[in-house]
Design a protein around this ligand. Structure first.
Ligand code: ZN
Length: 398
């Protein structure tokens, strides 16, 4: 068998290199492996899968796919480790070379006893030994159940595509494994489905709000930064005005004693204590506001007048119109989403583009805001909702 003559020109530094071997007739590309058995001639593991002895007459050159440095040097051979080439992300010939872990998880093989490390994989400042896949020993076959689990973890549960590595499990409530495109499609479908259900609920909510005789629509003017005597407007559904005035508190009065600009702003306003009865009446109603906290400052200081019995004016969480309306327009499906690709996994609530809310958002006066609130409620109660638009790149996490 061994009638080859030992090759005196055999160059140890060839081992592990990814090369193009050019002969008179053809070009072969592959990784150079050390001699096997009693032979002294290195071998070429070709991209085609065959392993052939390396012919000394072939001209060996670096493979064109290898990464190069600034001055054109091939990085894998320019920076050797232990005398062997070093590959990094982007130029590892993964069909020929694998780490111990990759051998096991992707090829179900392990290095044979005494199998040479023929190159290194560079991970940050660390090095992982690379073995020739062609020379590694196959692992014993898995028992039936584990073999099924092995392939199930590598199969997309939607399109059935097989991957070499286990696919990540998608988060609850859908613990399945998807390939990348299927994950996105599934997330979009889930978004649409959640959104449709929410739209139906929101239409029912709007009809309930409009039919409830206790409902009042309330808005305030955020006219300046320090929120001095803002204008309030509170109307019943059928347009009866319960409150339409600028309201000042004792804090405003105090500020006015040393700030002339505040004094100007307080002109024409009503002291909150004089509105106690009105605020009491509003407090007994079902208060619908845009964000929920519009009337929060209205009872400020009233506890000084009436003790713990002072009227409370906040909106119930389920009666905040901005959230309800956003759900109805299909801009938000009311579930928490996270970006699944690329890497950052920050919990994030989608707030929509706000296109549908332009009327309210551009309204300057409390009167105009109440007008838009009524407009939106009517739209929600009487019209078909818009088509929900799924945001790509997001997946439900709850
Ligand atoms: Zn798939």
């Amino acid at each position: 068998m061994n009638d080859e003559t030992p090759d005196p020109a055999f160059d140890e530094s060839l081992i592990g290199r990814y090369v193009e071997a050019v002969s008179a007739r053809r070009t072969r590309s592959g990784v150079i492996l050390p001699p096997a058995g009693r032979s002294t001639r290195p071998r070429l593991a070709q991209d085609t899968g065959q392993v052939v002895p390396l012919d000394p007459d072939w001209t060996i050159g670096d493979h064109p796919s290898l990464l190069r440095g600034r001055s054109g040097e091939v990085l894998s051979t320019a920076r050797r480790y232990g005398g062997r080439p070093t590959y990094r992300y982007g130029d590892l010939p993964a069909q020929h070379l694998a780490t111990r872990t990759t051998l096991r998880t992707e090829h179900r093989r392990r290095p044979r006893p005494g199998q040479l490390i023929i190159a290194w994989y560079r991970l940050y400042r660390d090095w992982a030994p690379l073995y020739a896949i062609a020379d590694a020993a196959p692992l014993p076959a898995l028992p039936e159940k584990r073999a099924a689990a092995w392939s199930a973890s590598r199969t997309c549960s939607r399109c059935g595509e097989q991957r070499a590595r286990p696919l990540p499990l998608s988060p609850d409530p859908d613990p399945e494994r998807y390939c990348t495109p299927c994950r996105q499609t599934t997330a979009q479908e889930r978004w649409i489905e959640a959104s449709r259900a929410a739209q139906a609920d929101m239409a029912a909510w709007a009809r309930d709000v409009l039919a409830d005789p206790r409902t009042v629509l309330a808005a305030s003017e955020d006219n300046h930064i320090d929120w001095i005597s803002p204008g309030y407007r509170v109307e019943t559904v059928d347009g009866q005005v319960l409150l339409d005035t600028h309201v000042r508190t004792t804090t405003d009065d105090r500020a006015a004693t040393y700030r002339p600009d505040v004094r100007n702003q307080l002109e024409g306003s009503v002291y909150v204590g004089d509105l106690l009865e009105t605020i009491r009446q509003i407090s007994a109603r079902r208060i619908v506001t845009w964000y929920g906290g519009e009337l929060d400052r209205l009872p400020q200081g009233l506890w000084k007048l009436v003790g713990d019995d002072f009227p409370r004016t906040h909106t119930a969480p389920e009666d905040r119109l901005s959230e309800r309306y956003r759900l109805w327009t299909g801009e938000s499906p009311n579930v928490r989403y996270e970006w699944w690709y690329p890497a950052p996994k920050l919990p994030w609530t989608w707030t929509g583009t706000g296109e549908h809310e332009r009327g309210y958002k551009t309204a300057q006066t409390a009167k105009a805001r109440v007008h838009w609130m009524r407009e939106y409620l009517t739209r929600m109660a009487e019209h078909d909702p818009p088509e929900p638009t799924a945001r790509s790149g997001s997946v439900q996490t709850r």
